[in-house]
Design a protein around this ligand. Structure first.
Ligand code: ADP
Ligand code: MG
Length: 327
């Protein structure tokens, strides 16, 4: 379990008497196909996603993220293990489990002859949301589709279709919203808008689960991150704790004059020339003090125009973890 479980907003907490995790997986396995072509996509996943969290499932293509999500969505049948959503087992308590989750699938599969308004009304009907309780206009406004509410889906851009799928996932006001690679094909401005809205939902108590292979995205949005690799959880922690595991810092130097060769004094600092006047040094903060690195830089007799430091990011962590697994 993560060490920093946030307090659960009242609205979310009252949705179920039990204080189970938002999502709880035990020994979750998936094998696609059988015989020689069988593919073991999930290899026994144990995972608890705390209520109220903004949780990232981070991993490269083929890691098993969509398989996991699609099992929760009821689209893929698991091979073994258990899964519960908001305390409801997906096998024994299927209806309640499905009512507790809204999934935005990775594929942009929408009916081209539905308008966003019709699609939302249809979805609300599927989930048995009474007319008086429907929030179609409100949701369309929230995802910025009011202007397109009555346009056929086939006339919508990729970004608009993505937002329409987000809107569809929200019609039954689920306490858990799952977004599977939601920024694929969404331009920067719409992406910002989408995140602003999802952040609002999270702040208001919705548990948000995001799958992504964009490390910056998980780092910027998620309070907890699980790294999925080859169908297993390679690491799982609060985002700051995960980042703290990385013992690496970069120093970027901009020089006042071109540098022909790397000064020998930087040999053990993993020095690399990024350009004629840009030099990168790397060091392990647990091994070397920054003052030592600074003294070396000054001792090299270079004229420094600028200096910046950079903490290792998730990309580094990811490479480190996957390299360890492969070794
Ligand atoms: P991710 O979403 O992390 O990219 P997926 O869950 O889509 O990963 O895929 C995990 C693995 O399972 C991959 O090797 C993929 O090729 C395989 N896979 C996914 N869906 C199917 C399927 N319907 N039939 C056979 N293999 C599949
Ligand atoms: Mg996927």
């Amino acid at each position: 379990m993560p060490d920093t479980i946030r307090t659960i907003p009242a609205a979310a907490a009252t949705a179920s008497a039990a204080s189970s995790p938002a999502i709880s997986l035990r020994g979750l396995e998936k094998v696609y196909g059988r015989g020689a072509t069988a593919k073991r996509a999930l290899k026994g996943i144990d995972l608890d996603i705390p209520r109220g969290s903004f949780f990232g499932l981070l991993g490269p293509n083929g890691a098993g993220k969509s398989t996991l999500i699609n099992i929760l969505a009821g689209l893929v049948r698991k091979t073994a293990g258990t899964a519960a959503i908001w305390g409801h087992d997906i096998d024994h308590d299927k209806r309640q489990a499905q009512a507790a989750i809204g999934v935005v699938p990775q594929e942009l599969n929408i009916d081209p002859f539905f308008t966003p308004r019709e699609a939302l009304e249809f979805q609300a009907g599927l989930y048995g949301v009474p007319r008086a309780e429907r929030r179609t206009a409100e949701i369309l406004a929230a995802v910025g589709l009011t202007d397109k509410a009555d346009s056929y889906a086939r006339t919508l851009s990729g970004g608009m279709r993505r937002r329409m799928l987000v809107a569809k996932a929200l019609v039954h006001a689920p306490p858990v919203l799952v977004l599977d690679e939601p920024t694929a094909g969404v331009d920067v401005e719409l992406r910002q808008q989408l995140w602003a809205y999802v952040r609002q939902l999270n702040a208001a108590g919705t548990t948000v689960v995001l799958t992504t292979h964009y490390l910056e995205e998980a780092e910027a949005l998620c309070d907890h991150i699980a790294i999925v690799h080859h169908g297993a959880i390679a690491a799982m922690d609060s985002t700051p704790a995960l980042l703290a595991r990385l013992d690496r810092k970069d120093v970027i130097l901009t020089l006042a004059a071109d540098l022909a060769a790397l000064p020998a004094v930087f040999a053990d600092l993993n020095a690399e020339l990024l350009g004629p006047r840009r030099l990168r040094l790397q060091y392990r903060p647990s091994q070397i003090a920054f003052s030592t690195v600074l003294a070396r830089i000054q001792g090299a007799g270079l004229e420094i125009a600028d200096l910046s430091t950079q903490d290792a990011d998730l990309e580094d962590l990811f490479l480190e973890l996957t390299a360890k697994k492969a070794a």
